[in-house]
Design a protein around this ligand. Structure first.
Ligand code: AHR
Length: 504
């Protein structure tokens, strides 16, 4: 049995819970758009061709923001191809994913879809094959009210009012050799700064995200962030982080501790951003946009791209099927993101539907929830108010990648207006229960409103079409609140959400 202790004190506040922590990502990749969110002719499609079964699941997931249209896709995308009469839109080669892009879905469809889903868009611009002019054109098209060629084109295409998109990504993973139009940090920093200042002439209040490294193992990691921010510090608001995790071989303990890597990654980028700030004697702090994160089995069969003369439309790509352990890791990554709410201003799980996604669909058929759907939905629904500085202390487990890490990891939120707290916990031990003592007396709570756990005898159990509920949260009855202290038992390899309230 592992032991852990958590102290909840309403005076120990990290930051407010930010709704933008619960973002997601829709890329023109595989079946994320086509037969994912958009499938004219599907029995559940609405008048715009949007799958209402998927829209319902997106609302249930509690997603706040959606990044679009890529990803690697954006680096050779011509946004103009995707607007205007559908019959006149060109079919193009998508060089990022060796697929055909029909352009039946574009910016206007996306903006109609986000309005129906009730989410905020994050628009990415192409700084791979294109540059300042195309970015300005797109911004004028989306955000300028009327009276110019591009804003009137939007109106003629059916959207009288400007979209007023706030958040913009200045390209995608521009350090990556796989990126169309890869750049050095110096080249990218300069074009990012120039594009950002030109965009602000149209709309000064934009929130602009510069590309950080594609992941923390890139050989240029660190130097890239320093150089890009040295050039673009005054022009941008956030720097992006991307990270994907998977189990390597049979090393389940290290995989379960993936959030250690995320913690360290965020802390490192914040330290670099603050070192640039110190040198510049700047007041402004650069925030983090963790705008791609998830579990992704990158070397597995679903991620093998088409090749040669095979250029399919919306192929089944990156359609990973997730198990219980993956859900525990996703829950732990959300704990890490929440814990860093003082600097993580936005985050996007990559991606939303079919492509390394919590939601799966069959063309013409059902939509269903993967295991990773549940920790996301429960965290988005229950994290309210402020994040408390309340990390668990206690017994450790040994991992080959990260050394000894605490078996229990946790974060808590406190909503003073409803006098309720939510504690999100994982037990990363593969063999032992964890007995957690949560000292909540300072909150004045006296009720366990809900306690649910995702676990199971088989960490590799997956949901599937026709069996969508094999791994979903179950009530955890091993919980007791006495004299302001909660005692809760967590089974091995589990994620738990505990909600506390005050009856009076
Ligand atoms: O999310 C899948 C891909 O991962 C994105 O297109 C790219 O930005 C990242 O490498």
């Amino acid at each position: 049995m592992k032991q852990a202790r958590i102290i909840l004190d309403p005076r120990s506040v990290v930051a407010p819970v930010r709704r933008r922590t619960f973002g997601s990502f829709v890329e023109h990749l595989g079946r994320c758009v086509y037969t994912g969110i958009f499938e004219p002719g599907h029995p559940a499609a609405d008048e715009d061709g949007f799958r209402t079964d998927v829209l319902n699941l997106v609302r249930e997931l509690g997603v706040s923001t959606i990044r679009y249209p890529g990803g690697n896709f954006v680096s050779s995308y011509r946004w103009e191809d995707g607007v205007g009469p559908v019959a006149e839109r060109p079919t193009r080669l998508d060089l990022a994913w060796h697929s055909l892009e029909t352009n039946a879905f574009g910016v206007d469809e996306f903006m109609r879809w986000v309005a129906k889903a009730g989410v905020e868009p994050i628009m990415a611009i192409n700084l791979g094959t294109r540059g300042i002019e195309a970015a300005l054109d797109l911004l004028e098209y989306t955000n300028h009210p009327s009276g110019t060629r591009l804003s009137d084109w939007r109106r003629a295409n059916g959207s009288d009012q400007p979209y007023r998109i706030r958040m913009w990504c200045l390209g995608n993973e521009m350090d990556g050799p796989w990126q169309i139009g890869q750049k050095t940090a110096t080249e990218y920093g300069r074009i990012a700064a120039q594009t950002a200042s030109a965009m602000r002439r149209i709309d000064p209040d934009l929130q602009l995200i510069a590309c950080g490294s594609s992941h923390s193992a890139m050989p240029t990691f660190g130097d890239w962030e320093r150089e890009v921010l040295t050039q673009a510090y005054d022009q941008v608001d956030m720097i992006s982080l991307h990270a994907y995790y998977q189990q390597h071989g049979d090393d389940l303990p290290s995989f379960l501790a993936s959030a250690e890597n995320m913690d360290h990654f965020i802390d490192s980028v914040v330290a670099i951003a603050d070192s640039v700030r110190a040198v510049r004697r700047a007041d402004k702090k650069i925030m983090v946009a963790f705008d791609e994160w998830n579990v992704w089995y990158q070397d597995a069969a679903p991620s093998v791209l088409p090749s040669g003369d095979d250029w399919p439309v919306a192929p089944r790509l990156l359609e990973d099927r997730y198990n219980v352990a993956d859900a525990v890791v996703v829950g732990n990554l959300l704990i890490s993101l929440l814990r860093h709410s003082d600097r993580v201003a936005a985050a996007c799980q990559a991606q939303l539907v079919n492509v390394i996604a919590p939601i799966m669909t069959e063309p013409g058929g059902e939509a269903w929830r993967q295991t990773i759907f549940h920790p996301f939905a429960r965290t988005a629904a229950n994290a309210r108010g402020v994040v408390l500085d309340s990390r668990a202390i206690g017994d450790t487990v040994t991992t080959s990648r990260y050394g000894d890490v605490t078996a229990v990891d946790s974060v808590a939120t406190w909503d003073a207006s409803s006098r309720s707290a939510a504690v999100f916990l994982v037990n990363r031990s593969t063999s032992d229960d964890a007995e957690v003592s949560i000292e909540a007396g300072a909150l004045g709570v006296d009720t366990v409103a809900e306690c649910v756990t995702i676990s199971g005898p088989d960490p590799y159990a997956k949901n599937a079409l026709g069996e969508p509920d094999r791994a979903e949260p179950q009530p955890n009855k091993q919980v007791e609140l006495t004299g302001g202290t909660v005692a809760v038992t967590l089974s091995p390899i589990s994620w738990t959400m505990l909600r506390l309230g005050a009856a009076a």
